[in-house]
Design a protein around this ligand. Structure first.
Ligand code: PLP
Length: 416
């Protein structure tokens, strides 16, 4: 019998095997047919400390005994209060307000709605001003309609193009042409857009493309100078991935709106937040109900997910996470050095190493990607190339042996 499950980003017509995983620990996945698979992409970029972290699992178990779910409109619970308080303490000022949702895509939708609500409530959205969104070419911000609208257009969303809203696009800051992106944004600022949304320093789904901190800083400064809200989508880059808690830190910038998800619960349960400055909160605060922030989903701030996030925040507070991140960065760099000259465009940011296995001619659907994925899967390594871009983004707890195992199969793949 075939399974009724319809998988995401999966072409069922190709009949590729779908491994059945029964349990996981650290950087390892265990399958029903007895294999131990190294999770080299942190189960799609979410698992930070490692799978089934004992402290996070304990927090989930404990919370499940007390309160499973609660309406969050006008009601509250301790796990959400703890997470909000600790996020405000951990993240840069003045991101003093925390709005919960359940996925990275939704945290982006929330940020976009807050940006437009901000200007509408202040009476500044008029004459075509303060309602357009500026985006960076080749970005990814999620698969909901708003997320797709502010992300790269391509084969992933071609069929849905009639649903997407229009945005202004600045070029990706290519090495040597960074100023062109900055200049393009400055020109667009004259039309008074509402917000600029970026993935700081690293376009994840866009091919693990990296750009320098000074560009991020220049874009942020232009936003401030022109009254444009700066939205940092750190859904992927947050929680130590790039070597610092937030990628924005490396540019010394603080956004007006910050989107966090993936590693927020250590990668254990779905949860997201959009953090906002007092100015944005205040523009929605009023005795006029028409100015409230009109957004909710049934499971907003689910108590069990919040308990997992609180446990993650405690790990960040009590354990040397950034030292582990730095250590993984050094170990990644050593493996990357051994590949120099054998792959194209070898690059690293923090815990992430990426490379192209042949000239970057084909895009996402290049035939090499699926071929590589199968090759790696058959060798018990979970890698999911983006076209011919192979990247290694393991949980921070990965052992030297497992990391070496990942690079051994990449080495083998070079002979394909
Ligand atoms: C993964 C990702 C999202 C979407 O998050 P989901 O939880 O999958 O909805 C948004 N932005 C960036 C930068 C991401 O990497």
């Amino acid at each position: 019998m075939t399974s009724p499950v319809w998988h995401p980003f999966t072409q069922h017509g190709l009949n590729e095997p779908v491994p059945l995983v029964t349990h996981a620990e650290g950087a390892a996945l265990y399958t029903a047919d007895g294999r131990r698979v190294i999770d080299a992409i942190s189960s799609w970029w979410v698992t930070t400390h490692g799978h089934c972290h004992p402290k996070i699992m304990a927090a989930i178990r404990e919370q499940a005994e007390k309160l499973d779910q609660l309406i969050f409109a006008g009601w509250t619970h301790e796990p959400a209060e703890t997470v909000a308080r600790e996020l405000v303490a951990l993240m840069p000022r003045p991101l003093d307000h925390v709005f919960f949702s359940d996925s990275g895509s939704t945290s982006v939708e929330v940020a976009l709605k807050m940006a437009l609500g901000h200007f509408a409530n202040r009476g500044e959205a008029k004459n075509g001003w303060r309602h357009r969104i500026v985006v960076m070419a080749d970005s990814y911000h999620g698969d909901t309609v708003g997320g797709m609208s502010v992300g790269a257009r391509g084969v992933f969303n071609k069929s849905y193009a009639p649903l997407l809203f229009d945005v202004d696009v600045i070029p990706f800051p290519q090495a040597g042409a960074e100023q062109a992106s900055i200049d393009a944004f400055e020109r667009l600022c004259a039309d008074r857009p509402a917000a600029l949304i970026v993935e700081p320093l690293l376009l994840g789904a866009g091919g693990m493309r990296m750009y320098p901190a000074h560009v991020l800083k220049a874009l942020r400064e232009l936003c401030a100078a022109h009254g444009v809200l700066f939205i940092a989508d750190e859904v992927m880059t947050g929680w130590g991935r790039t070597g610092t808690l937030l990628a924005c830190e490396q540019a010394g910038v603080v956004p007006d709106l910050l989107c966090l998800s993936k590693g927020l619960t250590g990668g254990s349960l779905p949860l997201a937040v959009t953090m906002a400055t007092p100015a944005i909160f205040e523009s929605h605060r009023s005795t006029d109900r028409a100015k409230m922030f009109f957004h909710s989903s049934s499971y907003t701030a689910n108590p069990i997910a919040c308990a997992a996030a609180a446990a993650n925040l405690a790990i960040w507070r009590d354990e040397p996470v950034l030292e582990r991140v730095a250590d993984l960065g050094r170990r990644q760099a050593a493996h990357a050095r051994a590949l120099e000259g054998k792959v194209n465009n070898l690059r690293q940011l923090g815990t992430i190493v990426a490379m192209e296995l042949e000239d970057r001619a084909g895009a996402y659907l290049s035939s090499l990607g699926p071929k590589l994925m199968t090759f790696f899967r058959e060798r018990d390594v979970l890698l999911r190339p983006l076209g011919n871009t192979v990247y290694v983004m393991p949980p921070y707890c990965i052992s030297d042996d497992d990391l070496a195992g990942i690079y051994a199969v990449i080495g083998e793949a070079l002979d394909l």
